[in-house]
Design a binder for this molecule. Structure first.
Ligand SMILES: *Cc1c(COP(=O)(O)O)cnc(C)c1O
Length: 303
């Protein structure tokens, strides 16, 4: 399926002052049933499962996982049984992410954090394969070689050239697909949602495995994680609410909000040369906002 993804140019006083063009690539509006990068990552995995006669897909995620949510919907749409291995105890009552996944037909299996780590750290699924011998396994966050293939299309379908591609990063699959498609051209900026220095290694490993190349045209901007995944920082929330009031684009507090905050902060510090053309990939994640709002008593727009 080839389809057009809206590219929305922002206007604002900072952009004008600095002489910079900033576009938001609205992946969050692409394939509305499963918005954002998670369908890009799943698309070729689902096709692979179908072509190889798998009737069951097993994957991994936290209690607010956009990936498990996307997989559950994909399973419903394509008639494939799905199982989500959830890190830690299932919340009771289920949060909105897991409740919807269950409605979509996903079987949820909670495992303690230590066990979860053994499954996800080295993708060692031996124990689980005994439990689900005929299932197709997709790693945590959906990141594997077929996910990179899907995420390459974010660039391939793009009709414009940019100086900078910006992308929020969890496991590194999406940005690795973007880097692979750019094949050494332009600059790519990674905005991790988490603390830690493992991402550079992870991105190099994924891109090398996929393309055989070792790309150097990217940087990891590690100052904008705001404490990690499910951390609430008023400064970020205020920024997101302002951004929504100005541009009417909803952001999520885990990934895209941090990236856009980072881009604006870098711009204010003259990181980007005058005349730069930047694209920020809106990777979606809006399904998680309801749960985040509930948890912290917030009213972030959800779509
Ligand atoms: C999962 C996710 C990411 C991170 O993607 P990776 O491929 O794991 O790096 C970024 N943004 C949103 C909204 C996501 O749901």
């Amino acid at each position: 399926m080839r389809s057009f993804v809206l590219n929305q140019q922002l206007s604002g006083s900072l952009l004008e002052e600095k002489g910079i063009q900033l576009f938001i690539k609205r992946e969050d509006l692409f394939f509305p049933a499963i918005p954002g990068n998670k369908w890009r990552k799943l698309k070729y995995n689902v096709a692979f499962a179908q072509e190889n006669g798998y009737e069951h897909i097993v994957s991994f995620g936290g209690a607010f996982s956009n990936h498990l949510s996307a997989l559950a919907t994909a399973g419903k749409l394509f008639g494939i049984k799905t199982t989500g291995i959830v890190r830690g105890e299932l919340p009771s009552p289920l949060n909105s992410t897991l409740a919807q996944a269950r409605v979509d037909g996903m079987h949820l299996l909670s495992v303690d954090r230590a066990t979860y780590k053994t499954y996800t750290q080295n993708d060692d699924w031996t124990a689980l394969k005994a439990l689900y011998p005929s299932a197709y396994f997709i790693p945590e966050g959906g990141t594997n070689m077929l996910a990179l293939k899907g995420c390459e299309e974010i660039v391939i379908e793009s009709m414009m050239e940019y100086d900078y591609w910006c992308c929020p990063v969890g496991t590194g699959g999406t940005i690795s697909g973007i880097l692979s498609a750019l094949d050494g051209k332009q600059q790519v900026l990674a905005f991790p949602a988490l603390k830690g220095d493992f991402l550079q290694h992870q991105i190099n490993k994924l891109t090398k495995a996929y393309t055989g190349e070792c790309y150097t045209n990217y940087s990891v901007l590690s100052n904008y994680h705001f404490g990690g995944y499910a951390k609430y920082k008023p400064e970020l929330i205020d920024f997101m609410l302002d951004f929504y009031a100005q541009h009417k684009i909803p952001l999520d507090p885990i990934y895209t909000g941090k990236m856009i905050y980072g881009i604006m902060d870098l711009m204010a510090m003259d990181f980007f040369p005058q005349g730069s053309r930047i694209v920020a990939v809106h990777t979606g994640g809006l399904q998680g906002i309801a749960g985040f709002n509930k948890r912290f008593g917030l009213a972030l727009p959800t779509g």
